[in-house]
Every structure is written in C-alpha cells, then in structure tokens.
Ligand binder design. Structure first.
Ligand code: MLC
Ligand code: AMP
Length: 520
C-alpha cells in the first residue's frame, strides 16, 4: 500500500542539502533540515515506545517553539492524531477538550503540569509530558534516549491526521477531524497557487494551534523546502526587520494593522518581499489600501476555516480559469480554489444566481469528513449532495470573486480568534444575581471586532460590570473576555420576545472608534 501519510510528503520535500537551515528563531537558534528529521524521528520513536493504539490523539497545549512544531511532525510520522490547544485555555476549557477527545498522550508546559495532568489522569490519559519553550521538559528528556531513525507509519489518505476544536453556536465545542488527504491536497494546491519558488523564505509569526499558523504557514514552507524565520510571538518591529530577508508573510488582519503603525514600514523595507497573505478574519479595505500605498504590495486575501482549511483565494498570478484575471481585489476573498466547489444558497438551500447574497456551501478534497464523535452535528452541517454549510454569508460575482458579507453563525472574530457569544453568555448566566445576558461583536481598530456584554440582573440583585469581567477572567481564555460590560434593566426584543442583537450592536458599535491602533 502506498504510504499517504502527510509526513512522508513533507519529508519528501526536504531539500537534498539536509544541513541547510530550515528554521531560524528570533532568539538566534538555527535548526537544519537534518535536525527536523532527526528530532521528529526521536519523538516518533518515543510515541511508539508508549505502546498506545494506532491513531491515538496527542493533545498539546504548549507555548510556540520549534520543538512544538517537531512534535506535530512526530505525531504525523508515528501515525497519530495531533490535537493542538490554544495556550490561553484555562481548566474548564481543557477539561472539556480532554474529556471529549480522550487523548492517549497530553503534552503541556511545566508551569501547567499540576492542573493539566490532574485533568488528564482523571480522564484516563496515561502519559503526560512537559515541553517548555526553552528546549526543556520531560518530552525532550525522554526523546533524547530514542533512536533518530524512524520509518513513517503507513497511513491511508482518509485516516485522521488532526482534530481542531471549534466552538459551536450552541452547546459545546466540536472537534473538526482532518485527514492526511485534506491537509496534503490543500497544501500541494496552495504551493502552486501562491507560486512558491525555490529560495522563498517565510516569516512565521502566528500561533501554531490553528489552521493558519499550523497548516497553511508550516506546510507551505515545508512542502517548498523553504526556510522559516520563526517568531515565538508577534512583534511588529522584529517582524519588519525580518521582512528584509524574507519573501512571504502570512498574517491575520490585526498583524497588518499593527505593522502599519510602524513608521519604518515602507517600500524600501519590504522590497525583498514577494507575497503578503491575509486571512482568518475580514481585512478592512482601508488596511488593504494603506498597505498598498505604504509598501507598493497588494495583500492577497484568502478565506478558510478549521473544517476546510483554505477555500478561496485572490490570485497570485493568472490561474488559467478566470480569463487570465490576476487582480487581487480588496474586500473580496478571491476565487474558489482549484478543486473547491463553492455555491451560495438561499434559506431553502436553493443555489442563487451571481451577486445574490446567501449561505456559502463548499465541497472538495479539503473538506473535513465530520466532527469527532458527533454524527448528528456532522449530518446537520452537510447537505444531501455533500456540501458543507460554512455558516458564512456571502456572494459570488460574475467574475467569480467571492465576497463574505456576514455570518449566519453567531460568532465574533477577534484578532483572528473565534469567540462564541453563546459560550460567554452561558458563563455569565450562571453567575449569582444574573437574570440574562447578551454578548455582541462590535468594531475595534486593533482586533477588528471585540465582544461587549450586556447583562440584566435578577430583581433586587446588585451587579457590578467589573465583577462580571473579573469572574469571566478566572474561567475563560483571555481573548474571549468581553472588552466592555454593561449592566442594564432590559434588552431590546422583537415581537416574539427574542433579543435583538442587531439593535445592541448598533447601540455599541461606535464604542471603540476613538481608540488609536495599539502602539507597539
Ligand atoms: C490578545 N488579546 C486579545 C486577542 N489577543 N483580545 C481579543 N482578541 C484577540 N485576538 C488580549 C489579551 O486577552 C490580553 O488582554 C491582551 O490582549 C494582551 O495579550 P497578548 O497575548 O499579549 O496579546 P498579543 O500578543 O498582542 O496578541 C494579539 C495577536 C494574537 C493579534 C498577536 O491575538 C494573535 O496571534 N492572533 C492570531 C490568531 C490566529 O492565528 N488565528 C488563526 C485562526 S485559523 P488582558 O486584558 O488579559 O491583558 C482560521 C482559519 C483561517 O481562522 O482562515 O485562517
Ligand atoms: P475558524 O473556525 O477559526 O477556522 O474560523 C473560520 C472562520 O473565519 C470562517 O468561517 C470565516 O467566518 C472567517 N474567515 C476566515 N478567513 C476570512 C476572511 N478572509 N474574511 C472574512 N472571514 C474570514
């Protein structure tokens, strides 16, 4: 049987000169391609020694480091399923993910070992390792004793490679299952679509627990045998310095907004660059235009999601399908990518003509097979003819450019992270003295959109907005915390008694308008 393990494809793309530098970090460390190969072999051998079942889930909540990326590669290499977790998640969130995914192995930071291992052991996980961002931890100690040679486990393309949890508008988070084929086909297509060439160098400044930083960026570089300039945390000044020796950059819109606040951003400091790519959240047209004016580069915006990886993209060059069009149009997310069928449908599911707004549905080799252990949810989100309902609302014009105009899912995208109002409201509603709450997204100059909570007290209860925020902070990841909270006597409702979130949004939408962009 042909080995369709994604690792085999990535490893096959390593350059012949294995001693060349593959990753250079912002604190001066260099990793050769040989280092990536040997270290991922050692970690894969460690996973094999643990005697865990094939395709076990390996749950990982660690700070960004090259070793964390190597752990991802080792998980693929050993034929297991990688389950990355945002470092901001706190105990209630981690408790749910571990309970739901039942990982055979959990890897966390040494600092969090106490509470994470308690949760993991309670859920039946037998192996908990630590991995810190300074190349210490029990994972590396144990792997150091393992062989640095390893033959990749044989996997079919339809076997699972990763699970990414995405929150739901109702109920708990769902684990989007991605196969080796989903990931490989998307990465191979993007290598061609975005015109990766020998000598490309990627500035990697995104977190590696989501599709954007983990798959789109890392697979892009590895599959092209390209060096990565690795930033543990996004710092606009340091990224800008690296742009002078790089060719490709990928970021969420907030990263572009913050770089625009740097006086040093200009045509000269970006002259070495070939391509700037944006996605994960809407890129404002003013950001798109300001970038063009300051740098002379036109940002290429693309659209994707955890369940599908990349779906559409503005063109890098003529792609042979759209009458040779090469225009990257601000405010659009470009053309459906080769192999992706994208349609816009009305509420009854009937496909709509060009320019009409409706729900976006997609099909293709990149689309996930379903949610982990949630067959009903999976069935709900797919149509009878196999299209996935993205929950995004948009239109396709006569030239085939896709524009996203909104979302049917009640979701806030803040600095590229998803925040589900239903989850936050659930926590607020459980607090003493709270009768009801509503969380809405409003425009924000730095994060694009942020949450605002409006809370109704129970009769006679005294609620303080600060107290509500403080209690949320003790329970939830920090990026989910509403940036403002109001305690009021009533919520706007329609004739059916349903809270009118659009009215709340209108009431609060100018709230952060006066803020300047975050200074660096
Ligand atoms: C940080 N904070 C945020 C936030 N990030 N608040 C709202 N939204 C965010 N995204 C808050 C923290 O809670 C904290 O508040 C304060 O900002 C400082 O925290 P920090 O960690 O120092 O922030 P910073 O380093 O400035 O992070 C900002 C950021 C980061 C933009 C660099 O959010 C980021 O890396 N975003 C990228 C997310 C991403 O990769 N998404 C891809 C998803 S994949 P306090 O009050 O605690 O001090 C996907 C599919 C696709 O969507 O198409 O790609
Ligand atoms: P996630 O669940 O984190 O993978 O987020 C996916 C969602 O991000 C999509 O369903 C879209 O709503 C949004 N998204 C991704 N890219 C873009 C983009 N370029 N413009 C607007 N929204 C986007």
């Amino acid at each position: 049987m042909k080995n369709e393990n994604l690792f085999a494809a990535l490893r096959g793309a390593f350059p012949a000169r294995l001693d060349d530098i593959a990753v250079e970090t912002d604190n001066g460390l260099c990793y050769s391609w040989r280092d990536l190969d040997r270290a991922s072999a050692m970690m894969a051998n460690l996973l094999e020694q643990l005697d865990i079942p094939p395709s076990s889930r390996i749950a990982v909540q660690v700070e960004k480091s090259v070793e964390a990326m190597i752990l991802y590669l080792a998980t693929l290499r050993a034929g297991h399923v990688f389950l990355p977790l945002n470092t901001a998640y706190q105990s209630a969130e981690i408790d749910y993910f571990i309970g739901n995914a039942e990982p055979a192995v959990v890897v966390c930071t040494g600092r969090n070992f106490g509470w994470v291992s308690t949760i993991a052991f309670k859920a039946g996980t037998r192996h908990v390792f630590t991995l810190n961002d300074d190349r210490t931890g029990t994972l590396l100690e144990r792997a150091a004793a393992c062989s640095d040679r390893h033959t990749p486990a044989v996997r079919r393309g339809s076997d699972l490679a990763a699970i990414l949890y995405t929150s739901g508008t109702t109920g708990r988070s769902k684990g989007a299952m991605l196969t080796h084929d989903n990931l490989h086909s998307n990465a191979a297509m993007l290598k061609d679509y975005w015109g990766w060439v020998p000598g490309d160098v990627l500035v990697h400044a995104l977190p590696i627990f989501h599709v954007h930083g983990l798959f789109v960026a890392i697979h892009g570089a590895l599959l092209n045998g390209s060096k990565m300039l690795w930033h543990a945390k996004f710092d606009p000044k340091r990224v800008m310095a690296d742009l002078q020796r790089a060719t490709v950059f990928m970021g969420v819109p907030t990263l572009y907004v913050r770089m625009l606040a740097e006086p040093a951003l200009n045509k000269q400091t970006t002259r070495h660059m070939r391509l700037f790519i944006a996605g994960s959240a809407p890129l404002l047209i003013e950001t798109f235009q300001a970038w063009q004016e300051r740098t002379g580069h036109t940002i290429l915006e693309r659209y994707g999601m955890s369940e599908t990886i990349m779906l559409s993209s503005n063109p890098y060059r003529a792609d042979g399908r759209h009458g040779g069009q090469t225009e990257r149009r601000g405010g659009t997310v470009g053309f459906p990518l080769p192999g992706v069928s994208l349609r816009v449908v009305d509420d009854a599911g009937k496909p709509l003509p060009v320019d009409e707004i409706g729900g976006i549905q997609v099909k293709g080799p990149n689309v996930f097979p379903g949610y982990w252990r949630m067959p009903e949810k999976t069935a709900e989100e797919f149509t009878a003819d196999g299209y996935f309902k993205t929950g995004d609302v948009g239109k396709v014009d006569a030239r085939d450019y896709v524009t996203i105009v909104g979302r049917s899912k009640d979701l806030i995208i803040s600095g590229g992270y998803n925040v589900y109002p239903a989850e936050i409201e659930g926590y607020i509603n459980e607090m003493a003295g709270v009768a009801e709450s509503a969380v809405v997204g409003v425009p924000h100059p730095d994060f694009g959109e942020v949450g605002v909570a409006v809370v109704i007290p129970k009769p006679g209860a005294q609620l303080q907005a600060d107290g509500i925020i403080a209690e949320l902070k003790s329970k939830l990841a920090n990026f989910k915390i509403p940036k403002q909270c109001f305690v009021v006597n009533e919520l706007p409702r329609n004739a059916m008694g349903k809270v009118q979130k659009n009215v709340l949004r209108d009431q609060h939408q100018g709230m952060f308008a006066g803020l300047t962009k975050k200074p660096s």
